[in-house]
Design a protein around this ligand. Structure first.
Ligand SMILES: Nc1ncnc2c1ncn2[C@@H]1O[C@H](COP(=O)(O)OP(=O)(O)OP(=O)(O)O)[C@@H](O)[C@H]1O
Length: 233
C-alpha cells in the first residue's frame, strides 16, 4: 500500500542575517496509514520544523511532501489551510482551548467552522466527550478542568472531524508522568481503533513505547530510526 505520507529530500532553510540555518535538511520519510511515529532529538534538531512541514503548516524550501496523494509543496497557503482542515488534527502542548467557551463548545469548534448546524455539532461533540471520558464535564470551562482533562478536551477537539492524521507537539509536556501516560493510552486506544495515523514530537522517552517507530533528528537530518520491535529487545 502507498504510504500516507512520503517526503523526498524535504528541506527547510531559514535565513538569519548572513547565516543560513538548515532546520530540516534533506529528509526522506515514509509513514504508513495507522502508524504511530515519534520524532525525537535535542532542542534545535529540527523536530518542530519537520512537524510543521508534514502537517502543511509551512511549505518546504525544497523537496517534496506528499500526503494522501497530494503534493503539499505545490499548494499555496490558502489551499494548504483547506487541506489541513479536511484531513489533519492537531494536539498542542498547552491545549490551546478557548477560555470563554465550555468543554463541549471547544470540542465543537472545528464543526462550527465547517458550518455544521448547532444540534448536530452538539451531538457529535457529546459523543466524542464520551469517548475521552468527559461527558460529565461538558459544561465546564477550561479553567475548571485539570491539565489532563484539558488535554483530553484538546484531543476531542482534534478528532471531532475524524482526521486521517493527527499531529502533536509535546502533547504530554505540561502533564505529570502518570497523567501523560493516561493521555497516550487514550490516544492509542482511539487511533488504533479508527486507523488514524499519529505523529508526535516528544522529548520524553517514556512516551516512545506507545509508538511504532522513533526517528531521532540531529541537525535537521534523521540520525537514527528505532522500530518498536527493536526497542523491546
Ligand atoms: N522561524 C525561524 N526562523 C529562523 N530560524 C528558525 C525558525 N524556526 C526554527 N529555526 C531554527 O531551526 C532550527 C530547528 O528548530 P526547531 O524549532 O525545529 O527545533 P526543535 O528540535 O523543535 O527544538 P525544541 O526541542 O527546542 O523545540 C533551530 O536552529 C532554530 O533556531
Amino acid at each position: 500500500m502507498k504510504p500516507i505520507i512520503e517526503t523526498r529530500q524535504a528541506e527547510k532553510l531559514y535565513q538569519v542575517g548572513d547565516s543560513t540555518i538548515h532546520a530540516v535538511d534533506g529528509i526522506n520519510l515514509q509513514v504508513e496509514k495507522g502508524e504511530f511515529l515519534c520524532i525525537s532529538g535535542r532542542s534545535g534538531s529540527g523536530k518542530s520544523t519537520l512537524l510543521s512541514l508534514l502537517a502543511g503548516l509551512e511549505s518546504p524550501t525544497a523537496g517534496e511532501i506528499e500526503i494522501l496523494g497530494q503534493h503539499l509543496e505545490q499548494l499555496n497557503e490558502k489551499e494548504r489551510s483547506r487541506f489541513r482542515r479536511a484531513h489533519i488534527g492537531f494536539v498542542f502542548q498547552s491545549y490551546n482551548l478557548l477560555p470563554q467557551f465550555s468543554a463541549w463548545e471547544n470540542v465543537a469548534m472545528p464543526l462550527q467552522i465547517r458550518g455544521i448546524p448547532l444540534k448536530e455539532r452538539k451531538e457529535r461533540a457529546m459523543e466524542i466527550l464520551d469517548l475521552v471520558g468527559l461527558r460529565d464535564h461538558a459544561l465546564h470551562k477550561p479553567t475548571e478542568l485539570s491539565g489532563g482533562q484539558q488535554q483530553r478536551i484538546g484531543i476531542a477537539r482534534a478528532i471531532v472531524t475524524g482526521p486521517a492524521i493527527v499531529f502533536a507537539d509535546e502533547p504530554t509536556g505540561n502533564l505529570d508522568s502518570r497523567t501523560g501516560q493516561e493521555v497516550m493510552e487514550l490516544l492509542g486506544r482511539i487511533f488504533r481503533k479508527w486507523g488514524t495515523t499519529f505523529i508526535l514530537v516528544s522529548h520524553d522517552e517514556e512516551m516512545y513505547r506507545y509508538t511504532d517507530r522513533e526517528i531521532r533528528l540531529k541537525d535537521g537530518k534523521i540520525e537514527q530510526q528505532t522500530l518498536r520491535e527493536e526497542r523491546m529487545l
